[in-house]
Design a binder for this molecule. Sequence first.
Ligand code: RFL
Ligand code: PHB
Length: 390
Amino acid sequence: MRTQVAIVGAGPSGLLLGALLHKAGIDHVIVEQRSPDYVLGRIRAGVLEQVAVDLLDEAGVGARLHAEGLPHDGFDLCFAGRRHRIDLHALTGRRVVVYGQTEVTRDLMDHRAAVGRTTVYDADNVAVGGFDTARPFVTFRQNGVEQRLEADFIAGCDGFHGVCRASVPGSAIQTFEKVYPFGWLGVLADVPPVSHELIYGNSDRGFMLASMRSKTRSRYYVQCRLDEQVEAWSDDAFWDELKRRLPAADAERLVTGPSIEKSIAPLRSFVTEPMRFGRLFLAGDAAHIVPPTGAKGLNLAASDVALLARGLIQHYGGSDEGIDRYSERALSRVWKAERFSWWFTSLMHQFPETGGFGAKMQLAELDYLCGSVAAQTVMAENYVGLPIPG
Ligand code: RFL
Ligand code: PHB
């Protein structure tokens, strides 16, 4: 098999890159190690920046998002019995849209099926090679048969645990990492959200987030220890803990019900430099991870692939400027989102090792934030998403 761009991974990065390349008439194949149902079963992001919404529109998959997504003009910060609304729209003129990653993925998959582009699902033993030469390739086993896909370029969209980053020689790559000493226990349930906007809470029992997927489906998170087992958390135990961390009025209003999904996610900041190795480009979680507090992961994946698609389109039009500057441009946005996610995580969680002084610093910063339009503008500008460089 031969194509122009071999894309490894059919998560949001790989599928959106595929849609943008399709629109430009660039031939490509996506190779995914899991099944479509498995990919759709991952409950992850919920908040889209305007930049990501615009890209989904550009790719021609924005219709359902506009019909069903929930535009949010602000969110609440709760701490020490106080509540403060960050008015994103008043502060920046922009807003975010609550629309689940599952739905984004489904829309991209449906579009791909409709335009007849190839995705190889359930590919075993996926490997990449030759990217330091003019003839990169992807090999895999499909229905027991060995396959070799030759391409001009490989896009490594295979997430944090993928094979692409792992195939780069250690001497060519630098990584930067911070692992947080806690995780998020998340529950998805078909109950109406406790509030019409998101609530981020710093409580003395730990962080909590009240989010949603629709007017009838809620997504809640509580900070938990890393050694906790999800099986040990009954639904009742989760709802009790959430109520203890919610502001009293919300706790009273909270509608509970059986969970549809329950999982624990560790929190990590991670960046790979550079994001290009010869004819291999990394994008999305394959290149970087943010803690979910800033809701940036999926949005960064979208801005990476926008830059990559632009570079590849320019390449086939005769200029290598875009692919040559891909890594530098992507990283300049990545590091700013890393900074914001790290800052928001540090502000809102309990860090046992920083003791009473650390807790006081958080409260002082939250108090300052609530009293300063300048500080709120900085926060809002980052939350709604910074522009794509270049
Ligand atoms: P993905 O989604 O991990 O997809 C990678 C795909 O590659 C496949 N794969 C392979 N395929 C072939 N060969 C191999 N060797 C392969 N290895 C892996 C995988 O099966 C998979 O299908 O990465 P991608 O596309 O870069 O997308 C990134 C996003 O999924 C991620 O950043 C977000 O989910 C992060 N995130 C959030 N982002 C936001 O923008 N807003 C949010 O509100 C938000 N909330 C979250 C989140 C992530 C969370 N968790 C669980 C990590 C909340 C949570 C709890
Ligand atoms: C979610 O709805 O899953 C979500 C929302 C906001 C975040 C993180 C996750 O910051």
